[in-house]
Design a binder for this molecule. Structure first.
Ligand code: SF4
Ligand code: SF4
Length: 397
């Protein structure tokens, strides 16, 4: 099937296909080669004879940030040696290793951008051969390139380069810097802007194609098992209420409005990205990973829909997406095939033209099922790009 599809591409499309693949691979290799020093190496130089004030700047956090990692109150004296504060060497090493595991490998940002770029080019240009015949629509948007990029996201953006940066932490760190846990809010804000811009360039493409934990869930759901259970779709109003409600609760605790413990981050106990460092410093993290990945075999991206703060932020940002699934309402006959193909209620939202429909992860499942050729992935400014002659459309009916 992949061969048939590739054979149908024009020479120009083939060239751009290869250029996108090679560019993305080169950027990925560059990212791996330029990884900064590994966690642990830098952490060994600290001892409990040192004070918070001496250690924190070298770890890139504030005194409050280090105090929080050491489970000390945020207003702990920062000039006292740690052994006088009752901290053991083991506790210090554990805290520094955790802080260093958040150190960003800068070029991972380029890798995220490369995958999103490829996804965008694939969805807008290469997923469907030029002059495609509607009767052959099952050949459009073959899954193989998508699966390959999901695997790259899991392996390279996840296990090879480690958990940070990632979109979830990109969101949370902005709020953590607001309560003084990081020295610079600007860099954290820029990281979040980076992820949101990627979500806007292509509708949630950063989640749908590049996020390593999102990719693991997508791969699990893509396995051809438990098909009957997959027919059930969680009600979006419910999942989104849980996700948004949790976000608000997290902020109330983080700012100390509830609980009186400023700097307390509930997401820390629910962060599945720790999987990529094999760092389960709380049993709840392991439970989150196992439950999310198990449910993902029959529920589409449970972690994204129920917990992830970036999932919530990017769902809001979807309103401003520059490219997305577009439905031509003049051609649409409400046959419901795209709604059936969609693993969420996103296609239903598009058909009904809802402003606040469910998240669309740009997974392309709906793009090759429409018998009226009413669905296109493209710019919001030009809703149709591949017109099929009316005569052919009629014969399809
Ligand atoms: S919503 Fe899912 S895909 Fe998006 S950042 Fe969160 S975990 Fe990753
Ligand atoms: S199938 Fe649903 S989630 Fe996937 S691209 Fe279509 S509308 Fe979006």
């Amino acid at each position: 099937m992949a061969y048939t599809y590739l054979a149908k591409l024009s020479p120009r499309q083939k060239m751009w296909f290869m250029v996108s693949v090679v560019a993305a691979l080169l950027i990925s290799v560059l990212g791996i080669l330029c990884e900064p020093d590994t966690p642990g190496q830098a952490g060994n130089q600290f001892t409990v004879n040192m004070s918070i004030r001496e250690i924190a700047p070298k770890l890139g956090v504030t005194g409050k940030g280090l105090a929080r990692e050491l489970a000390l109150p945020l207003d702990t004296p920062k000039k006292k040696p740690l052994n006088e504060l009752g901290i053991s060497q083991e506790q210090l090493e554990h805290a520094t290793a955790h802080i260093l595991s958040h150190r960003s490998t800068g070029l991972k940002y380029y890798l995220f951008a490369a995958i999103v770029l490829f996804g965008l080019v694939y969805l807008t240009r290469f997923g469907r051969p030029d002059n495609a015949n509607i009767s052959e629509r099952k050949l459009w948007y073959p899954r193989i390139p998508y699966i390959v990029y999901l695997l790259a996201a899991v392996l390279v953006c996840g296990f090879v380069l480690g958990k940070s940066p990632n979109p979830m932490e990109g969101t949370v760190k902005v709020f953590k810097s607001m309560v003084g846990l990081y020295p610079s809010m600007t860099s954290k804000l820029l990281a979040l802007v980076f992820f949101v811009v990627l979500a806007i360039i292509g509708n949630k493409l950063i989640c749908g194609w590049a996020c390593p934990f999102g990719a693991m869930q997508e791969l699990g759901y893509s396995l051809p098992i438990l098909r009957k259970m997959k027919r059930w779709k969680a009600p979006f109003w419910l999942t989104n209420t849980i996700r948004g409600g949790l976000f608000c609760v997290v902020l109330l605790f983080l700012f100390g409005i509830v609980g009186g413990r400023k700097g307390f981050v509930i997401y820390h106990y629910l962060n599945p990205f720790n999987l990529f460092n094999l760092d389960f410093d709380h049993w709840l993290i392991l439970v989150t990973v196992i439950v999310s990945l198990t449910l993902a075999f029959f529920i589409y991206r449970p972690f994204c829909h129920l917990i992830c703060p970036f999932g919530f932020v990017s769902w809001i940002a979807e309103r401003f997406s520059l490219t997305r699934v577009n439905i031509d309402h003049e051609k649409c006959t409400n046959c419901g095939l795209c709604i059936k193909a969609c693993p969420t209620q996103a296609a239903k939202g598009r058909v009904l033209d809802k402003l606040f429909g469910a998240d669309c992860f740009s997974c392309a499942r709906c793009l090759n099922v429409c018998p009226q050729d009413a669905i296109q992935y493209g710019s919001v400014f030009s809703k149709t790009s591949c017109e099929i002659p009316p005569k052919q459309r009629t014969s399809e009916k």
